[in-house]
Design a protein around this ligand. Structure first.
Ligand code: 13P
Length: 249
């Protein structure tokens, strides 16, 4: 039985004041527990604030990206060890906004995956197709290519120590959620792809759905057999909304 995971990707949002309200709201709302592991991924500069406020709460936190490099002359970059230093458990890798806005390639994403695991962070590996790729019937080919890049570099066992997030790019921030069946079909394909190499790993790996998950659609998405939780953008910035999604598990 896979543990459900709900992760909030705050992207480039928040302020110390807003974060205080949001974190206190989430903590208060989760004090009686929910059936999911809950993670928040704030902008890097707020990780120390989040670490202080969530310490001992049972809610875990992570980064939104990391550098390929361990240390050195890489102005503006944040290393895996720095995230680890602030007790991050997770790090988002290969988000479509990093792929499209910063030109991250499959090979770089695969390398970041390795770098994260090397220090003990659990990568949340984002994969997903563009609208034109879906319309051209290329969804499976795209997610297979993105996934295989990581498996080829890290080996299939490394997938067991990671989380995969299927995020169709056309559903991110658009209010257009994949239907539960559309999402389930791709999740099942991803699990099957892993299973061709190792059925135990396929059974174990959590596959999250991301893309316009809201309180009113979370329950039906999470009810699908191969959807093990969500990676939530916009709706994770509001405590009540995020809590409602966590409770939809
Ligand atoms: P939205 O929930 O805002 O669509 O964002 C999804 C996402 O990109 C999470 O990483």
């Amino acid at each position: 039985m896979r543990q459900t995971l709900v992760a909030g990707n705050w992207k480039m949002n928040g302020s110390r004041e807003e974060n205080r309200h949001l974190l206190d709201g989430i903590k208060a709302g989760l004090s009686e527990g929910v059936g999911a592991e809950v993670v928040v991924c704030p902008p890097a500069i707020y990780i120390p604030q989040v670490a202080r406020r969530l310490n001992g709460s049972g809610i875990t936190w992570g980064g939104q990206d990391l550098s390929l490099h361990e240390s050195g002359a890489y102005t503006g970059e944040i290393s895996a060890a720095m995230l680890w230093d602030y007790q991050c458990r997770y790090v988002i890798i290969g988000h479509s906004e990093r792929r499209s806005l910063h030109g991250e390639t499959d090979a770089q994403v695969a390398e970041k995956f390795l770098v994260a695991q090397k220090v003990g962070l659990t990568p949340i590996l984002c994969i997903g197709e563009l609208l034109e790729e879906r319309e051209a019937g290329e969804t499976e080919a795209v997610v297979a290519r993105q996934l295989d890049a990581v498996i080829d570099a890290s080996g299939i066992q490394a997938i067991a120590g990671s989380v995969i997030a299927y995020e169709p790019v056309w559903a991110i921030g658009t209010g257009k959620t994949a239907s539960p069946q559309q999402a389930q079909d791709v999740h099942a394909f991803i699990r099957q792809r892993v299973a061709t190499q190792n059925t135990d790993v396929a059974e174990k790996v959590q596959i999250l759905y991301g893309g316009s998950v809201k309180p009113d659609n979370a329950a039906e998405l999470f009810a699908m057999a191969d959807i093990d939780g969500g990676l939530i953008g916009g709706a994770s910035l509001d405590a009540e909304g995020f809590l409602a999604i966590c409770r939809a598990v």
